[in-house]
Ligand binder design. Structure first.
Ligand code: BES
Ligand code: MN
Ligand code: ZN
Length: 537
């Protein structure tokens, strides 16, 4: 029989600190075989016959039990594999969980995120509420200890995530996993891990902000509530914020945005957040533009009823931009970031716009509204114009823009298009660090014919051919020479299954990449500057 020691009294935390729901992660400098924990998590690469490092130390203390299980073929070390061993008093931890890391040549921070999520969910299923773990990959894996800590925190928090706001009977009866301790013998390395864990918690918390907003039903997550959520981020992180209403949107000449907003009684909001990370260099900037359609019925070009409930997530782009600002406000990169979210419903109200209507965007260009369901590009057109007017020279827009993108790329990666190879590559590279994948589609001139209109400068639907590309080509008409990348997250903003750190529902994509990009651009800017300084000398 194994006995589990009573848990230490829960530390009192402010509601703010406990916002990464329920789970606390800390770092301890200690010998893992002597840790008092209901479960000690160690790991194994695939194909390893004789474990070394921390896993080896535990194996030795258990009289070669792990080696035996490997020999018997019960432990293979494949990614996400979990084997629970009761230690029967042989070592201080009452259980050991051996987690597979997969093949060593495919190992990276993303594997740590995925495996960490599987581990904590496994423990939760078993009714185990706390555990200690080695910093996966920080030893033999060759991963930077800080990165390991960050990936563990991100994976654990995101993997445990549940959206249970409206489940009246949940809570008490279900198991919760509450405390994870990362253990590392070396004090300096433990310090690095701790820095990573802190950053990972910040990033996970913001991703959860986005997930919550997307999962909220549209009768709750209205444009006004989106503005409130942005206001909360601004207040907590010390960002400037401006929230503009229908009258102001109209006054600025945002006819494309207003065309969509006129079909609903729900007040529209143009939400603008500002982070001034390099105030003396206004040209060092990045604009994050988000589609915030809190519900997309299609408007007069009404969508068919099957699956329409998913359109509560049509504000995922806007949510991800707000959440990215939550991270940026805390990590403080040396760059100015402007976030613009165009939030409204797309409803077929009595004063809704009609197919055939012509609207005029803020930059004066006219658009024939062929299909009122192609509303995302309309609201983004004006949001892009606004960012350009504010002097932004590098733009990234994020939108659940086209069903065609789900058909093209499915849910494995986000489709991207753009007019600037450098910014495209920088976004892809940021994604390689965060584990979020992007794939570029072409914007050849030949496609431009698709959105030619007889009565206006362009039309908002290009028909069935190359649907995602024709949508991007319309957006390109509003970036006015700025470097620009468009991220179509129609497929990736939600997950239809539990897998690694993704759970059913909102994914939080691409929150982490947007924040990473801001940080990378800031670093690239600083590097360029110091280089030109050196040249001048
Ligand atoms: N919000 C939808 C796109 C979408 C579809 C997102 C499925 C997530 C999942 C967008 O506003 C839309 O309706 N696009 C139309 C455009 C068409 C009318 C040109 C589409 O993709 O069908
Ligand atoms: Mn639509
Ligand atoms: Zn839409």
């Amino acid at each position: 029989m194994t006995t589990t020691k009573p848990r230490a009294a829960k530390a009192k935390r402010s509601t703010k600190a406990s916002k990464v729901k329920g789970l606390e992660i800390d770092v301890q400098s200690a010998d893992i075989t002597k840790i008092d924990t209901p479960a000690l998590v160690v790991n194994l690469f695939r194909g390893v016959k004789k474990p070394a490092g921390a896993t080896g130390a535990v194996d030795k203390a258990l009289g070669g039990l792990i080696t035996q299980l490997i020999e018997d073929g019960e432990i293979k070390g494949s990614a996400g594999e979990t084997t629970l061993i009761h230690t029967l008093g042989k070592i201080k931890p009452s259980r050991v969980l051996v987690a597979g890391l997969g093949p060593q040549d495919k190992f990276d921070a993303q594997v740590v995120r995925q495996v960490s999520a599987e581990i904590v969910r496994f423990l939760r299923r078993k009714g185990i509420s706390s555990a200690a773990t080695t910093a996966h990959g920080a030893g033999i894996g060759g991963l930077d200890p800080q990165l390991s800590g960050q990936a563990i925190a991100e994976g654990a928090h995101l993997g445990l995530y549940k959206f249970g706001v409206y489940l009246t009977k949940s809570g008490e009866s279900t198991n919760e996993f509450e405390k994870l301790t990362v253990v590392e013998l070396d004090k300096d390395r433990a310090k690095s891990i701790e820095v990573g864990v802190k950053l990972g918690c910040t990033i996970a918390q913001a991703s959860i902000t986005a997930r919550n907003m997307v999962n909220e039903p549209a009768n709750h997550m209205t444009p006004s509530r989106m503005a409130e959520a942005a206001q909360k981020v601004a207040t907590n992180q010390g960002l400037r914020i401006e929230i503009m209403d229908n009258a102001q949107i109209k006054k600025m000449g945002m006819g494309a945005f207003m065309g969509v907003a006129q079909g609903t009684d729900e007040p529209a909001k143009l939400i603008v957040l500002r982070y001034d990370g390099d105030p003396s260099n206004p040209e060092n900037n990045l604009g994050l533009i988000g589609k915030g359609i809190t519900f997309d019925t299609g408007g007069i070009s009404l969508k068919p009823p099957g699956g329409m409930e998913a359109m509560k997530g049509d504000m995922a782009g806007g949510a991800s931009v707000i959440a990215a600002m939550e991270i940026i406000g805390q990590t403080k990169p040396k760059i100015n970031v402007l976030a613009v979210i165009a939030a409204t419903e797309n409803m077929p109200g009595a004063s809704a716009q009609r197919p055939g209507d012509v609207v005029r965007a803020m930059n004066g260009k006219t658009i024939e509204v062929i299909n009122t369901d192609a509303e995302g590009r309309l609201v983004l057109a004006d949001a892009l114009c606004y960012a350009r007017k504010q002097g932004i020279t590098r733009l990234v827009d994020v939108a659940t823009l086209t069903g065609a993108m789900v058909t093209t790329l499915g849910k494995a990666c986000t489709g991207m298009m753009g007019n600037d190879d450098t910014l495209v590559q920088q976004t892809i590279d940021a994604g390689k660090k965060t584990g979020e994948k992007f794939w570029e589609l072409p914007m050849f001139d030949e496609y431009k014919d698709l959105i030619k209109s007889d009565v206006a400068d362009m039309k908002n639907s290009g028909g069935r051919q190359a649907g995602s590309i024709s949508a991007a080509l319309l957006l390109a008409e509003f970036v006015d020479g700025a470097a620009w990348v468009h991220l179509d997250i129609a497929g990736t903003s939600t997950s239809d299954k539990v897998s690694g750190y993704l759970v059913k529902g909102a994914s939080g994509v691409p929150v982490r990449t947007l924040a990473q990009l801001a940080s990378d651009l800031a670093d690239a800017g600083a590097a360029k500057k110091s280089k030109s300084k050196a040249k001048a000398k």
